[in-house]
Each structure stands twice: as C-alpha cells, then as structure tokens.
Design a protein around this ligand. Sequence first.
Ligand SMILES: Cc1cc2nc3c(=O)[nH]c(=O)nc-3n(C[C@H](O)[C@H](O)[C@H](O)COP(=O)(O)OP(=O)(O)OC[C@H]3O[C@@H](n4cnc5c(N)ncnc54)[C@H](O)[C@@H]3O)c2cc1C
Length: 323
Amino acid sequence: MGAFTYHKPATVGEAADLAAELHGARFVAGGTDVVVLLKQRKIDPANLISLRNVAELTYIDSADGLSLGSGVTHTRIANHDYIRARYSALADGARVVGSKQIRNVATLGGNICNAAPSADTACPLLALDAAVRILGREGEREVPIDDFFLGPNKVALADGELVLGIKLPATSEKSGSAYIKHSRRQAMELPMVGVAAWVSVSIGGSEERCRGALECEHTPDVIQLLQNEEVVLEDVRIAMGVVAPRPIRAREAEAKLKGQVVSGALFESMGDVAVSECQARDSFRCDAGYRLEMVRVLTKRAILKAIDRIMRPGREADIDLLW
Ligand SMILES: Cc1cc2nc3c(=O)[nH]c(=O)nc-3n(C[C@H](O)[C@H](O)[C@H](O)COP(=O)(O)OP(=O)(O)OC[C@H]3O[C@@H](n4cnc5c(N)ncnc54)[C@H](O)[C@@H]3O)c2cc1C
C-alpha cells in the first residue's frame, strides 16, 4: 500500500471542497472495496477523503417514495421495516452482502460506485427504478441508475463527483419486489447470477384463492392456480447481474410480460427472451451456459416471490427453496 493523506471532512460541503481541490482523490466510505484495492495496489491515490464522519449522508427518508443517503450501511437497510415491506428487493440485496461485519460498515453508495457486475444492491436498485443524486462542481444532478452503470467498475461520475444518495419512486400495495442471489455459499460469496424483479398486479379472481395457490410447493401448480385467478402482470421490471459487463434491465422480457396473465407458457417464453438479452461469460465461479440456465429459473422465481409479497405481506418463509 502506498502513502496517502487521509482527510476527514465532517460535512458534504467540506467533502466536495476537498474533492474539487485535490485532483484524483478517492472517496472512502466503509472502505471494504477501497482497502482491498489499495492493498492489491490496483489504486494508488495521494489523497483519501473519508465519508465516515459525514452524518448528512446517512439519512433514510420515506416521506415521498424512499430516499437513502449514500452512507447508509447494508445492515441498516436490511433491518429497516419499511424498506423490507415496500422495497423488499433492496432489503434482500443488502441482507446478503458479504458477512455481518462487512454489512455493518459497507455502504449503499460504495456498492454502486464500485460498480461490480455482481454488486448485490445493483439489480434491486435497477428493478426499483432508482435515481442517483450526484454532487459535482456544477451543483447537484440526478441520473437514472440504468445510466449510472457504464461497465465493470465504471460509473457515470466525473473526477471529484460525490454520490449523495439514491431516490426510489413510491410503491403501492399492489406492487412487490424480490432479489435472488444465486451463490454457492450463504455468506462471503459473490453471486454467480443475481436477479431482481418488481411487479404490480391486478387480480381478476379471488385473492384468497391466490394466497392458497402460493402455499403449493410445486411450481407448475402455483402458476396454474394463479392463472386460474387471472393474475395480470400490469407492470414489470427485471434486472440481472453477472450476465453482462454491467448489471442490466431485461427490457424485452419485461415487455413480453406486461399486461399478460401469469401462465407457464408466458414464463417459458419470457425466460428465452431474458436469456437472449444476456452477454454471459465463463468465469471461475461458473460457466456462461449455467448462468443462462439460472436466468431462466431465477427470473420466474423472483417474479413469483414478488407476487407472493403482494399477496401475503409480512410473511417471509424460505420460498427460494420451493420455487
Ligand atoms: C470480504 C468481502 C465480501 C464482500 N461481499 C460482497 C457481496 O457479497 N456482495 C457485494 O455486492 N459486495 C461485496 N463486497 C464488496 C463491498 O463490501 C461492497 O461493494 C460495499 O457495499 C462497498 O461499500 P463501502 O462503503 O465499503 O465502499 P468503499 O470501499 O468505501 O468504496 C467503494 C468505491 O465507491 C467509491 N465511493 C464510496 N462512496 C462514495 C460516494 N458517496 N460518492 C462517490 N464515490 C464513492 C469509493 O471511492 C470506491 O471507489 C465484499 C467485500 C469484501 C471485502
């Protein structure tokens, strides 16, 4: 690790002034990515600007949709009742980052700025249609999260720009979301594939019978019973991680589903389309073919899990295992 000067601003204003003054300085929040990069000598900044003392970046505000400061830790997100209930996919993602120790210090801002294709909050934020609040020399601007991720470890930030936080649109009781991380281990493991889905539904038949359908353990039965009750996917957003150089929306698969009654045939054809939107590669974690097969499985599962959250709010059984 090379020598650097460590700056400890207490406010956003001080942090922004330092970043404007010290060209090439690096922000550090929880440090769980930065310190690894420093130790591996992949970065060698002369100045580190710590955001740890900037309390202004740690807000969670649910007055209008959801606004989160970049300095909010994964632990706070994972344990936040309102986020778990209304922005479940984000809580799912935060809950599976690294380990308890990592989640206690690592931040949402750090996760998206590091921009790994495997970042566990990236797909949830894409599916939940987040916007990123950025502060630079010219003032504040907002960028849709889909335009923020440019490639592996590349984001739409100019030198010295600071991520203030993210904003998520309001959700209704007829919408739900889920993120599923597919990895070999339950902790300290990056995903082989990650899929998040957000759906809003209308139900032609009986809600009670839908709840009964979701008790079934056999996926085709669940889908058939939901089809019988005319569960319509009024709107859908799907995001996929580790299947392209950056986390991506499956926009064609979304279009296939929108306005349609849930059915086995619909999920089948949606899976084909989602796979066609990927640019998966082999890696030491698994090969591309396996990733694509899992995209088929996980897109369907994430949608069913999101529907389950609409129909049976507050219930958190381990339905990943069933579907
Ligand atoms: C053992 C281990 C396990 C891990 N497991 C996972 C995992 O399962 N899933 C996963 O997604 N990640 C994992 N990670 C990666 C890491 O923990 C996360 O990406 C984490 O969210 C990074 O947050 P941080 O606050 O520590 O970021 P930092 O390391 O402080 O910063 C990361 C990057 O973001 C920049 N940055 C931070 N905040 C801002 C800001 N406000 N504005 C502009 N730039 C900013 C920094 O300059 C740096 O480039 C793991 C890391 C370790 C060490």
